[in-house]
Design a binder for this molecule. Structure first.
Ligand SMILES: Cc1cc2nc3c(=O)[nH]c(=O)nc-3n(C[C@H](O)[C@H](O)[C@H](O)COP(=O)(O)OP(=O)(O)OC[C@H]3O[C@@H](n4cnc5c(N)ncnc54)[C@H](O)[C@@H]3O)c2cc1C
Length: 314
């Protein structure tokens, strides 16, 4: 069985790995230039590639059995480490958040810079298209992208699945990336709920990072929503000022300041874990089907891969 997976975030990668372990063929398509989705790392300065910001998820948990085993293997391989600053069971990828995702993608068939814009079903199977270009025909299709983007692809084929996707609501998040030439001694490495900042993380304090003083600050949902139409040049100074309030001092001039707007940061609304229509060989996975966290996105992809493999073995 040849399975096409749209989306190479942690859910799509988990599904592909599970299928590969069962001896099935999986091909991943992602619109981005790299894997990992919202487990994202940005390089601010091309001349200094070691200077990074984890501007998506700041950390993740590992509580369930299968994911704990995987994270332990990442730790042994130097791809993840505990980061107690964010909580007793918090982990980060090392040296970047995307590092373990790249390892997960290793030796999988991943096709990058391929936005899937259409999915059609014929007797030959599922055909994927990127604008006018055909990407291939597969026996089964898995949609592992955020619900807002999944809904239009699903709606032509399975109304119940599309309805599940349409019922999900996402919270946006304005994220600031700040670097300074001096240490901000007044602040701990991680704080929550400081003014309108949901979290503020000293990114440079995470294990395996290049030295320096780098911060990733995430505005809360209400503030992000209220400032959705603002541009990053006007939002970034507000995020800097809010960090200054938390520190109780005026912040020094940053050596780097930028902001990223996540329209679909974290979802709420569904807890079905996975969607799988065996008659159509069409499935969906992702954090929107479980909980809006990396571990649950992985679980969603993993259990969908297991369900497809079980069906193929019958
Ligand atoms: C600001 C922020 C803070 C967060 N904080 C935390 C946290 O502290 N802890 C935690 O556990 N989680 C956190 N999360 C959530 C976590 O990042 C997600 O739950 C998880 O990464 C979702 O994985 P996924 O594979 O379901 O989706 P994604 O990571 O979104 O992956 C989907 C992939 O699909 C691709 N794609 C989309 N449309 C198409 C298309 N048409 N064709 C091809 N490819 C497509 C995208 O490029 C992407 O790579 C945070 C997220 C954000 C944004």
């Amino acid at each position: 069985m040849r399975v096409a997976i749209i989306g190479a975030g942690i859910a799509g990668l988990a599904c592909a790995r599970r299928l590969r372990d069962a001896g099935l063929e999986a091909t991943l398509f992602d619109k981005s230039r790299g894997v990992g989705g919202r487990l994202a790392t940005r390089r601010a300065d091309p001349a200094r590639p070691e200077v990074t910001f984890d501007h998506g998820a700041t950390h993740f948990t590992a509580r369930s059995e299968g994911f704990t085993r995987l994270v332990a293997a990442w730790e042994t391989a130097g791809l993840a480490a505990r980061w107690p600053a964010a909580g007793a069971d918090s982990w980060v990828g090392t040296p970047t958040m995307t590092a373990p995702l790249k390892a997960l993608a290793d030796d999988l068939d991943v096709r990058l810079s391929r936005p899937v814009t259409a999915l059609t079903k014929s007797r030959a199977g599922w055909t994927l298209q990127s604008e006018a270009k055909r990407l291939g025909t597969y026996d089964a299709a898995v949609i592992a992208i955020p619900a807002e983007q999944a809904a239009p692809l699903l709606s032509l084929h399975d109304f119940e699945m599309a309805r599940a996707a349409m019922s999900v609501r996402y919270n946006p998040c304005w994220t600031g990336m700040l670097a300074f030439d001096q240490q901000i001694d007044e602040l701990p490495d991680f704080l929550r709920g400081a003014g309108f900042l949901a979290t503020a993380a000293r990114d440079s304090a995470k294990p395996g990072r290049a030295p320096g003083e780098r911060w990733v600050v995430q505005a809360d949902w209400a503030w992000s929503e209220a400032h959705l139409s603002c541009d990053s040049a006007s939002v970034a100074p507000s995020l800097l000022a809010e960090l200054g309030k938390a520190a109780g001092r005026e912040m020094p001039a940053p050596s780097h300041i930028s902001a990223h707007r996540w329209l679909f940061a974290q979802p709420s609304g569904q807890d079905q874990k996975l969607l799988w229509n065996p008659a159509l060989s069409l499935g969906a996975c992702g954090d929107w089907l479980h909980h809006g966290f990396a571990e649950y996105a992985w679980l969603s992809g993993h259990v969908l891969g297991a369900a497809i493999a079980a069906g193929a073995a019958q």
